[in-house]
Ligand binder design. Sequence first.
Ligand code: GLY
Length: 559
Amino acid sequence: MKYSYIFIALFVLFSSCKEERIVGVTSNKAMVVSARVEASKIGLQMLEKGGNAFDAMVATELALAVAYPYSGNLGGGGFMVYRKNDGSIGALDYREKAPLAATTDMFLDENGDVIKGKSTKTPLSVGVPGTIAGIFEVYNKFGTLPFKDIIQPSIDLAKRGVIVTQKQDKRIKKYKPSFWEANKDSTLFHQVWNEGDTIKYQALAETLTRIRDNGRDEFYKGKTAEIFVDFMQSNGGIITLQDLEKYEAKWRDPVTFTYDDLKVISMAPPSSGGVCLAQIMNAIEPFDLHTYKPNSTKAMQVMVEAERRAYADRSYFLGDPDFVSIPIKELIDKEYAKERMASFSFNKATTSKDINPGTIEVVESDETTHYSIVDQFGNAVSVTTTLNGAYGSKIYVSDLGFFLNNEMDDFSSKPGVPNMFGLVGAEANKIEPEKRMLSSMTPTIVEKNGKLWMIVGTPGGSTIITSVLQTILNVHEFGMGMQESVNQPRFHHQWLPDEIRIEPNKFDEKTLKELEALGYKLNTKRTPIIGKVDAILVLPDGSYEGGADPRGDDTAVGF
Ligand code: GLY
């Protein structure tokens, strides 16, 4: 076998320590971990041909648009964080934007109340897509292989078709009523698809072929743009050719901070991911978490209280940095974190009403997808990309072969409402023409003692930040391997609602009872799955261990 892609998240029994340890796929030189085996393999093919992590990024992103229409996309957007083998770092923002005709109150009725569903499942919910601009930005800056060689495997895959997995079978059936609701016509996804069937994406193959031949402009100015805008306008959407022509992906400085001997490199606004992760990790750092057991009462208390305080700041301060001024330096200051944690006691839960500033409950969709790549030259990329909801708005442009995002829902539809402390919040993330909506996506790369150590990220809406946190801490504080860390049960607190979301049936009952006795409200029903983390760890001998989340069809491949 040419490369050691192995679906087996191996359960290896280390007889010497009599301890069962979970070990993921390992490789010596390069690795790709993504939500579908087809996409991971196409990404790895680029590396086998001598391409770099950026070539693999473009190929994986496109392959996910074919193999994983649930979140992979041409009709959405995302963020990439990179670290090159010379230690230089950077970040790309290819987040969707509000159309020029968007208005702050576009999702409100005449009484100023939010109209349910308008920002999630109508053509108005669609932001101007950024994915194609993003991949061309990456390719033009760092790509080495001919572009046609990078895109061709995805064209071939779309023509050949993708086999429906058991999990996909369930998802398509679950969302079928929503496909009917969103699309006036029947689409490819209205057919009956069962596990083992092959879905061929002919229209998508044609769109990708035009992009291969005509480049970036095909999507933003060419035939694809015209079909897209015609579709939007005949269905009541507001995206115009001018919106597409004006779209630009933007290079941003990543958010960086230290935690013990780690340096964490994560996404800057318009994602809240990096800032929020920094705030939480700064608050946890003084507690020497390794002195507690993983997922023990005390470890969970420290993490939950740090999360509560960071999320209270999130919705008040964060938004698109091109529109609002964000005090990033102050928010990620270690002294500020200490001040915020001063009110924490192990004897009793803090209540969220005693924590300000803050404004509104973070309501975000749980869907998105993440992939991690390291190449044979030591370059690393961490990418999270999304349509927002599962299959985005569920609106499918049959002539182009892809779903449209409903990212406009990530704006605050009703800003300016004073909170219980009289603070006016969510202004930073109000809808404005050409603005990017706030995200939680947290593509992250971690260095240890100045060297590449981990590449990590996940879907999960507002739970993204806390899943990335737990994945890093499981390895750094509790000595787990990559796959073992990814497999761990997860929990999440986001200030409001004042509850800990817990993956059901996975935590120690005694710990949960202790938390309740301390005043924590637990919710095991809201989020049966928290995150689908895809990560890579550099092992002490320089080889790689993949962590592909068994909660999905995620797969690590390497050589
Ligand atoms: N739409 C999910 C996020 O951007 O966080």
